[in-house]
Write a protein that binds this ligand. Structure first.
Ligand code: HEC
Ligand code: HEC
Ligand code: HEC
Length: 173
């Protein structure tokens, strides 16, 4: 005997899932509620809402919900390289494998994704000595806002996204 109600329930659950997905993926706090802008200010109605600006960019489940690397690689955004210049960025294409991660998968640091936005001087030599393995990085210091933590958790994706950095599995002996 067929049980048509089952389909009804499934469809209902699917619809709920879909709604939840949309609600979670597309939520940006409005300016009046972000605890940064003065909700009484007359400018509040003039400023662009984050949802209006960011919903048009490639989506991401974490942080401010934009996949910024995809946005720049696909040419959806074309940031100026300087206030007065349009000099090309200096792009570096290699990856550095950071292996001191204990039981966690190793960290693959992509120069390219960073040099699309940042100049070498933003990191070298003040925050990172430019020699593989020369920096005593660890997770505690990162959580304290040093090394990768100068940006990640502040302006780049949050530190709760372990796997985005710890992306290279260790070979089991
Ligand atoms: C977001 C920060 C950041 C930026 C921007 C950056 N680097 Fe690096 N760089 C690193 C990190 C992290 C390492 C690895 C350090 C380690 O292993 O301890 C590294 C390592 C290096 C190394 C050593 C490579 C090796 O194999 O020994 C060189 C050379 C280097 N960077 C040059 C550059 C140049 C040139 C630019 C600009 C085009 C640049 N970097 C931009 C963070 C950065
Ligand atoms: C922004 C990149 C990034 C994120 C996100 C990140 N880590 Fe790390 N983690 C590192 C780097 C870099 C090291 C040091 C690797 C090296 O120096 O060889 C490290 C080291 C570690 C280590 C080795 C022991 C120690 O204290 O340093 C552990 C364990 C660790 N991370 C766990 C985590 C966990 C769990 C998360 C998520 C909650 C996380 N990490 C998120 C970059 C990251
Ligand atoms: C000076 C700022 C800065 C520092 C320092 C920095 N990052 Fe990033 N990182 C960014 C920005 C900006 C992005 C792009 C925006 C985003 O993904 O949130 C990014 C993106 C990434 C990505 C995603 C790459 C992709 O192609 O999707 C990884 C992985 C990453 N960083 C790892 C690291 C690790 C590991 C360190 C420390 C060794 C580090 N970052 C240090 C600013 C920084």
């Amino acid at each position: 005997m067929s049980k048509p109600w089952r389909h009804g329930i499934r469809a209902g659950v699917a619809a709920l899932g879909l709604l939840a997905g949309v609600a979670v993926a597309g939520y940006w706090v409005p300016l009046v509620k972000d605890n940064l802008h003065d909700p009484e200010s007359p400018a509040i109605g003039v400023l662009q809402e984050p949802a209006e600006a960011l919903s048009k960019l490639p989506p991401d489940p974490a942080g401010n919900q934009v996949d910024w690397i995809k946005a720049i690689e696909d040419g959806v955004i074309q940031p100026r390289t300087g206030l007065h210049s349009r000099e090309p960025m200096r792009i570096r294409d290699d990856f550095i494998l950071l292996e001191n991660t204990g039981e966690m998968p190793m960290v693959r640091f992509p120069h390219r994704s960073h040099t699309l936005w940042l100049d070498c001087k933003n990191c070298h030599e003040k925050y990172f000595v430019s020699r593989a393995g020369a920096n005593p990085i660890n997770m505690y210091k990162i959580l304290q806002g040093e090394y990768c933590g100068r940006c990640h958790g502040a302006v780049a994706f949050p530190l709760t996204e372990c796997k985005r950095c710890h992306s290279v599995p260790r070979k089991k002996d």
